[in-house]
Structure formats: C-alpha cells, structure tokens
Design a protein around this ligand. Structure first.
Ligand code: CP
Length: 320
C-alpha cells in the first residue's frame, strides 16, 4: 500500500507517523539532527536551508515544548515563521480546516506544522494538498489526538541514542497512560523499528491498549517487576483530558502504584536514564526527586527536539 509520507523514490515528503517508516529514514533523521546539534553549539546557529520558505505553525491544541521548538528550529533554518493564533483565526467563526489550508496556500505556505485534537487531521491536510496538486507543500504532524507524535518519538530516539549508543542492547520501559498517549505509540514504533529487543509497557489494565503484544511489547501491571534491569524509563503523563469516565481510583492511588520514586527507580539498571515528554505532573506520575535527579534527561530531550525538528523540516522540504 502507498505510504502518503513518501514520494515515488521512497523519500520523506511529509512526516505524519513513525509507523510504516523504514529504519533508514529514522536513522537519516537522527544523523541529520546530530549535525544540527553541532551547528547549535556555534555562536551563529543559523543555516540557510529554508531561506525564502514560509513555515506555518497551526496548533489547534495547547503546547509549550513542541510549538516553541518548531518555531526555533524553523528560524534556525532561516525560514519565515507564521504562528497562526487559532483562537483569533476564522476557524473560531466556523471556517473548515481545509478552507483555512487553502487560504494559507494562497499566502505561499511551504510547510505546515499541525497539532490537532482529531487523530488523522495532518493526513487529511496532506491528502488535500496531493488532490489539489500542491506536492511542493509539506506537512509535519506535531501531535494528532491519540494517534501519533512523530517528532516527539524521534527526539526520544535521539535522546536514547545519545545516552546509550546502541539500540540493539536495550531494555526500555514505557510507564503509565499508554492508552491515551500518542507519544507512547510513536515511541513503540520507533523503538521496534530501530531494533530495541525488549520494549516493556507498564501500567494498570485500564490504561493499556489491548494487543500491545502484536506490536512486540511486553506488558507489566506490576511496576516493580517491569522496571527490573531497564536501561531507559519513559514516564508518561496521565492524560486526564482524553479520559472518558473513571479509569483510575485517584491520583494518590495511581502515584502509589505507578509513580516513579527513587526507590522504584533503583530497580532499573544503575545507569538507567529517565525520560518524560512533558508536561509533567509532579507527585502524580513522577516524584520531584526523580524528575530533578541525576538520572533524569528530561530537559536535554527538549534541547535535542530543536535539532530533530530542524532535521525533519529540512529533509521534507528538500524532497517533492
Ligand atoms: N511533549 C509535548 O508534546 O509537549 P507540549 O504539549 O508542551 O508540546
């Protein structure tokens, strides 16, 4: 089946999901990001790769890290960046998503960065651009519903490679609300594609999707058992805004069973790193002593995100 993210030569033209992307493309993005990390350490951090291009940030959902790092990344690539204020846009007057896109195309947009509460919204835009013959305009998914958050998945892989080097020797645990998490889905596809031999999902039955085993993931409901000898622990936020009904007894009870404390972290390998995509709920899924402790790499994740987003935008914009 044709992958709408790839052109006829198998090159990346949109980044919509990690699912279905070959290992070679994931590695190309990580290697390109590494070169941008070198550029970021220089006094002049800008490169001219997107000079004269317009990047539109379309965030229909709240964001701190993703929106800001996409803006920084696009500016470091010398693009013009337009942040659409959705609350003040004509979407609030009932204009459809695709009518908004048509109008932004008429303003010479070259790349849309899209976050939307509806799973599939970035696919809809990419498909619309194909139908109207605008193969020169690219779409990057910045998080769609529960479906995917591919640049978060890629920056997580960059972080893991930075601290652990070899994906093929690792045991990685993803802990918490996997059911509602687009980050978890993107991480699982990326980890398995890059050859991580053991991916564990830890959480209560109510917050784990069924059939995780079909994705090559081992399921644990006991956090202490699941954390044993892990090299990487990825904590997830409780996605209260995406839950229908009571899936948990209380935040306190959740923390007791699934909150990452120094005592529980001691069950992982001594050099294990702790990651979190943010925003964190301290005292709900993670203890402050861990979040601010020596094994946490949560803020480096954010920094790596700039280089990874530079890599993704420069690669898709270089293909048509
Ligand atoms: N990780 C992440 O997507 O954070 P934001 O919601 O702040 O963008």
């Amino acid at each position: 089946m044709h992958n709408p993210q790839l052109n006829r030569d198998g090159e990346l033209i949109h980044l919509l999901s990690i699912e279905g992307l070959p290992k070679a493309i994931l590695t190309q993005i990580l290697d390109t990001a590494a070169s941008f990390m070198e550029v970021s350490s220089r006094e002049v951090k800008k490169v001219p790769l997107l000079r004269g291009k317009s990047v539109f940030n379309l965030f229909f959902e709240n964001s701190t890290r993703t929106r800001t790092t996409f803006e920084i990344a696009a500016k470091r690539l010398s693009a013009d960046v337009i942040n659409l204020d959705i609350n003040k846009s004509s979407t609030a007057k009932g204009e459809t998503l695709l009518d908004t896109i048509d109008n932004l195309c008429a303003m010479d947009a070259n790349l849309f960065v899209v976050r939307h509460a509806s799973s599939g919204a970035p696919y809809l835009i990419a498909d619309h651009l194909r139908r109207i013959g605008r193969n020169d305009i690219h779409v990057v998914n910045a998080g769609d519903g529960r479906h995917a958050h591919p640049t978060q998945g890629l920056l997580d892989m960059y972080t893991i490679r930075h601290y652990k080097q070899d994906f093929t020797q690792l045991r990685v645990a993803i802990v918490g609300d996997i059911l509602h998490s687009r980050v978890a889905r993107s991480d699982i596809h990326a980890l398995t594609t890059l050859g991580v031999p053991e991916v564990r999902a830890i959480g209560p039955e109510t917050l784990l999707p069924k059939h995780l085993d079909k994705l090559g993931v081992q399921v644990f409901h006991d956090m202490e058992e699941g954390l044993k000898d892990c090299d990487v622990v990825i904590m997830l936020r409780l996605q209260n805004e995406r839950m229908n009904g009571a899936l948990l007894p209380s935040a306190g009870e959740y923390f007791r069973h699934y909150g990452l404390t120094p005592q529980k972290l001691a069950l992982a390998k001594p050099d294990a790193v702790v990651m979190h995509p943010g925003p964190m709920n301290r005292g709900v899924e993670i203890h402050s002593a861990v979040a601010d402790g020596p094994q946490a790499v949560i803020l480096p994740q954010v920094t790596f995100g700039i280089a990874v987003r530079m890599a993704v935008m420069s690669i898709v914009a270089g293909n048509s």
